[in-house]
Design a protein around this ligand. Structure first.
Ligand SMILES: [Zn+2]
Length: 474
């Protein structure tokens, strides 16, 4: 296989070595290897591998549930190795799904399914069982989970030669540098999601993104100090870069008054930071004992991002990944509040630090406590049955609010209430409902750029709803 060799030299080599002339893509260690974007044909051998298994099963003797088990346990695991390394093109997934669907419904080994036999839409079949699906794995999502493990390997000290090689060529905070190609672009696109599902304990600060990683407290600085972040000229800076250069060096010369006050607060926090030797330590939010990503939990989170509600579905792209993660944990009552930490023996009492009058449960923080309750009251939103977290997700918007992206709007408010709770617990700052509403308004303005063009004016509507809620009480 010639690489960067002109055709005359190639002919000479072929003649003198007596070898065959071939071209990319090639199979190497069981993976398709190519210098260019892989064509779908490169994946055909992997898709055909399943035929061998399908052919040997007495599929028609099994009922669909039995076949569903086989699909998950055997057909999908054949692809794990491939999906851990390469992002499958949608057309390859489509072909795999065709085979899996035919096998599931008709027991057909050749991938031919009669339309009438497919009882439920494939997207519903692929939902987790608790959402009413058959729990057949969605290959696209599974692929993302496995690739995140690859990114995790880059960010962890390991014995992987590949990781060492890549680390020497790129900046880990942005995954840019002397590595390119289609495969790399796919991986890099997953970095924001990876940053959202991990926290960092800083050592040398070189692999930790100053703004996008959660390393100072449990949120990324771009979320804690949005006004300051909007004045930053080097958004991909690492913690090491910023501490070396000084924070003002990466800001525009003139700051707004809000950014100036955020700069002071942040500099106070940075004064306490000293870098040490060694690589930063990454911890996934959903982790296994060996500090590796728990792909099972991650898969469930990615699948659960509001799939059961079409309106929530549209807001998936609107929410920053970190807020998505928070909402996912909140809906399952798994956020790190005191009642949760108490069960794990991390804290020894459960009293709410804001009101001191009740146990700090997820429900209490969001709408039971004086702060949360006041915020919702000012906005005229009734979160339905106060004990049911799921109603947050499905609540119908009041008539004075836009129904489009309403779950995103709710998530924004919950997120700000949670941040206000953290401000009290971690920094001793007590915010009023009025201040929380102002933060919501600022966040809505920030989120404007996440909305598609046709929806941008929604953010303005939200801003004015928050402003009115503030004025309502003077
Ligand atoms: Zn309280």
């Amino acid at each position: 296989m010639p690489i960067h060799v002109n055709s005359g030299v190639v002919q000479l080599c072929v003649q003198s070595l007596g070898c065959k002339l071939e071209s990319f893509p090639q199979q190497y260690l069981g993976l398709p290897l190519s210098a260019n974007k892989l064509p779908v044909s490169a994946f055909i051998p992997h898709i055909q591998k399943t035929d061998k298994y399908l052919g040997s099963w007495q599929a028609t003797l099994l009922n669909p549930m039995g076949r569903a088990v086989l699909v998950n346990a055997v057909l999908d695991s054949i692809l794990v190795y491939l999906m851990s390394s390469i992002q499958l093109p949608p057309s390859a997934i489509l072909q795999m799904d065709k085979k899996r669907r035919a096998f599931l419904w008709c027991g057909d080994k050749l991938g031919i399914s009669k339309l009438a036999s497919c009882l439920v839409a494939w997207t519903n079949v692929c939902l987790p069982k608790e959402q009413g699906g058959l729990g057949i794995r969605d290959l696209g999502t599974q692929n993302i989970c496995l690739l995140l493990k690859l990114i995790h390997r880059l960010h962890c000290p390991s014995t992987s030669a590949w990781a060492d090689w890549v680390r020497n060529r790129i900046s880990l905070t942005s995954m840019t540098g002397d590595v390119s190609g289609d495969h790399w672009t796919c991986l890099r696109a997953l970095l924001p999601l990876y940053q959202a599902i991990t926290t960092v304990k800083v050592r040398d600060g070189k692999s930790c993104s100053f703004w996008a990683d959660a390393w100072l407290g449990d949120e990324a600085l771009e979320d804690t100090f949005p006004a300051l972040y909007s004045h930053c000229t080097l958004k991909q800076a690492s913690v090491h870069d910023v501490l070396e250069m000084g924070l003002p060096q990466i800001l525009v010369p003139r700051l707004s008054s809000q950014a100036t006050s955020q700069l002071h607060s942040l500099q106070l926090l940075l004064n306490g930071i000293t870098l040490t030797q060694g690589m930063d330590i990454r911890t996934p939010v959903m982790k296994k004992k060996d500090n590796n990503i728990d792909t099972g939990s991650l898969y469930r989170m990615l699948k659960a991002r509001g799939q059961d509600d079409p309106r929530a579905h549209s807001s998936r792209k609107t929410l920053p990944p970190r807020v998505q993660l928070f909402m996912w944990l909140l809906l399952q009552k798994k956020i790190q509040c005191k009642s949760t930490l108490f069960k794990r023996h991390v804290v020894d009492d459960t009293t709410c630090e804001i009101c001191g009058a009740a146990d700090e449960t997820p429900e209490h923080i969001i709408w039971g406590c004086c702060l949360g309750r006041t915020v919702w009251q000012r906005l005229n939103i009734q979160p339905g049955d106060p004990m049911d977290m799921a109603s947050l997700h499905t609540a119908a918007p009041p008539s004075h609010m836009p129904s489009v992206e309403f779950p995103g709007f709710i998530a924004l408010i919950c997120w700000e209430i949670w941040k206000a709770r953290n401000a009290k617990v971690f920094r001793g700052e007590s915010l009023s409902a009025d201040q929380v509403l102002l933060l919501c308004k600022n966040a809505a303005a920030q989120w404007k750029h996440r909305l598609s063009r046709s929806k941008k004016q929604l953010a303005d509507t939200w801003c004015s709803i928050f402003t009115m809620a503030r004025q309502g009480q003077g």
